[in-house]
Design a protein. Structure first.
Ligand code: BTN
Length: 252
């Protein structure tokens, strides 16, 4: 089914490998020496990795976890393509609009439905996408920050979600920069809100007045408007304010 989905939409991805269980599909792609064009997914991912040293928990195997192997590219472009593909997939299944919180959290009702992780070596990029599908209960620390399709009233088969995601990803990966930015901007939920950022060891708070997902953010602070580069900026969560970040936190 997944190989048929890839064949239906021409694009850089052409072969799907399905594992019963793995610790992380990112590591499986490396261990199996997969090449650009390959995609690996698993029925159950036991030690999924998130961004910034966080974990991506789905011990019961109720979500989808997939890693696409691509040629190296600008990490911002890969992350935005994956965020747009995950968002369009969720919109087509849930029949509602879904938001993207810069840089690449897929959000519904202020909770996270899907996340993106880009890891690159000198030759390849590993584009990891995790999506919450059938979960109905969460560990206490995720209860108020994660959400699944089932909790939104739609319980699709996970392989249907994966097939839709791979079709969409193959299409979106062929888009040019303007198409990607337009699709991102139409769903951007950070613009217009007040947020706190860490950029090159400094904390900055202000209202986000513009986001160019390839380049950076414009933030209106008390001291005036400043530009924060995408590559060195991240949004701080409430509990991180004024703190350093523990590398092994569990979370979305
Ligand atoms: C995040 O929001 O922090 C990113 C989460 C990325 C999770 C996916 S699931 C598939 C792939 N394998 C992993 O170990 N992580 C990514």
């Amino acid at each position: 089914m997944l190989n048929a989905a890839l064949a239906e939409t021409p694009g850089p991805l052409c072969r799907a490998i399905v594992l019963h269980e793995t610790a992380s599909t990112q590591d499986a792609a490396r261990r199996l020496n997969l090449k650009p064009g390959d995609v690996v997914t698993a029925g159950r991912q036991t030690q999924g990795r998130g961004r910034l040293g966080r974990s991506w928990c789905d011990d019961a195997g109720e979500g989808t976890a997939v890693t696409a192997v691509l040629h190296r590219d600008a990490p911002e472009r890969l992350a935005i393509a994956a965020a747009v593909a995950a968002t369009l997939t969720a919109e087509s299944i849930l029949k509602r609009t879904v938001g993207i919180k810069w840089p690449n959290d897929i959000m519904v009702e202020n909770r996270k439905l899907a996340g993106i992780l880009v890891e690159q070596s000198s030759e390849i990029a590993l584009l990891g996408i995790g999506m919450n599908v059938l979960q109905r209960s969460w560990p206490a620390e995720l209860k108020h920050i994660a959400i699944s399709m089932a909790e939104l009233g739609v319980s699709p088969e996970r392989c249907r979600v994966l097939a839709e995601l791979l079709r969409t990803l193959n299409e979106v990966l062929r888009w040019d920069q303007d198409q990607l930015i337009d699709a991102f901007s139409a769903r951007d939920i950070l613009r217009g809100t007040r947020a706190r950022f860490r950029c090159e060891e400094k904390e900055i708070e202000g209202v986000v007045s513009a986001i160019d997902p390839m380049d950076g953010l414009t933030v209106q602070t008390h001291g005036g408007e400043i530009r924060l580069p995408a590559a060195t900026t991240r949004v701080l969560k409430d509990e991180e304010r004024g703190q350093s970040v523990s590398p092994d936190r569990r979370g979305r």
